[in-house]
Design a protein around this ligand. Sequence first.
Ligand SMILES: Nc1ncnc2c1ncn2[C@@H]1O[C@H](COP(=O)(O)OP(=O)(O)O)[C@@H](O)[C@H]1O
Ligand SMILES: [Mg+2]
Length: 579
Amino acid sequence: MIKKRLVQLLSHAKKYVFLQVLFNWLSLWCQIGIIWAVSDTVYKIYHDTLHTNDLYFYGCIVAVSLILRYIFDRISIKMSFAASADVKRILREKIYGKLLKLGASYREQTQTSAVVQLAVEGVDQLETYFGKYLSQLFYSLLAPLTLFVVLSFVNFKSSLVLLLCVPLIPVSIVVVQKIAKRLLSKYWGAYEQLGDSFLENLQGLTTMKIYSADEKAATEMDKESEHFRKITMKVLTMQLNSTSVMDIMAYGGAAVGMIFVLSEFMNGAVNLAGAMMIILLASEFFIPLRLLGSFFHIAMNGMAASDKIFALLDLPEPKNKGETLSDGKTDIALKDVCFSYNEERRILNNINLNVKNGGMVSVVGMSGSGKSTIAGILMGRNKNYKGSITIQGKELSDIAESDLMKNITLVTHECHIFKGTVRYNLLMGKPDASEKEMFAALEKAKLKEFIMENGGLDMVLNEGGTNLSGGQRQRLSLARALLHDSPVYIFDEATGNIDMESEEMIMSVIKELAKTKTVLQISHRLANVVDSEKIYMLDGGKVAESGSHAELMKKNGKYAKLFTYQKNLENYGLGGETA
Ligand SMILES: Nc1ncnc2c1ncn2[C@@H]1O[C@H](COP(=O)(O)OP(=O)(O)O)[C@@H](O)[C@H]1O
Ligand SMILES: [Mg+2]
């Protein structure tokens, strides 16, 4: 009923749980005081021995107890809040820290939607566990024992009967736990699945609309939602039923105790005041455990979520020796590199490739030949390559991720533009960049004029930069990349899907950059790589040919064929336009 690992999360919040139990317990004493005063008053009225002074005395006890009880309850609620807030903060920090440690390759091990759900909803579900359930667990042991000790002075036998009935509730909780565990795990599975498809469909909504596939997706999501609804209903039904069972146990137990004390009263073993006190306090034996039972259901949800959270926290972290790179000249060498995403298919097969400082090296090949996979490996996104990849002579897998990010900048055709301003996006490339530097970068990317006309660096950008054209977005990404000023640049189809003018402009920046930096260009369009020092042509995960454009043309192999094919296609396109 207690999860050790969860309790360890409490660390210094343990004191809040302790204080909560303490104040609940003090509140119980106030309750006992009130009942005692009321019972004694009734007893004295019945026997006609009540004096005015007694009335003041009992009145004072009731009033003071009520006030104290109110104060104690308030403090207990505050402590409950403090405990859960603290744990939630700790857990979220842990999840965030874990993601940082998993680094760029986190998607190899988990899904973004699952992480978001766990960090937000999952952690929130633990609120009851830490804020209420834990303290209630201790209190519900303490309360019946306290009452037993006090009431045993009034009538031992009835108090014992009440105490013996109390364990019926925890027994029913344990039985329910067994059933609930399986159900809740299913519930979380369905919840995650639904969240996953929701995110996916939302992101792809425009595409689905184009292909009129939205209705089908909606039907599928309806099905998943219905499945989720059913399983939620099952969980709720289970909770409701078990609440009823607990109610029967609680009130049944109290009734048994009351009947017993009445018979004791008839036999003269206890006086009217004592009998009243036991009858009025009988339910107090059970109420804490009954409350524990209802917290338990909510806490169970949290515990199921915590299993998933711990699974995330336990994911193996990439080990590296934290090697650092120095600024300046950087050569990259791939030697016999093999890679596969899964066991079924090998994507890269004994790749040998060198990129030297100054001068552009290009990787070309048909779509799906493994070009972006090379970029992903170099950025630390895809781990577990075989063979050797060295940067400045140091093995890639030994280099600290932060150093890798500082030294390599990747520009793809889908770089993310963040909601905010142009300034915000540029500062991401270099947090301490001056306005002058930012304008210089925009100038190089031929975007300065446009930005100046539209509000300057404070021009507001939509999420994903949707208020820019594709070419403008790409030029802004380029300006941001230039500000990053790293020794290595990788351009992966950086001119894909954009207008000719932007393409030419970006190509000229890349060529300029290659004079001083280490530049790896990936492109399926061969016209862009003609000027490269060396071109590697990938085919089926292997380097099919390599050399300069002239050498490869002379060879008249795959490269030459593809080049001629593309050239003819483009000429034909141009001819078509003029015709
Ligand atoms: N995350 C992934 N998981 C599994 N297979 C992948 C993944 N990414 C790419 N692939 C596969 O690897 C092959 C090479 O992909 P990629 O490197 O993106 O090709 P490209 O040369 O077009 O950039 C493709 O056949 C693709 O199906
Ligand atoms: Mg690609």
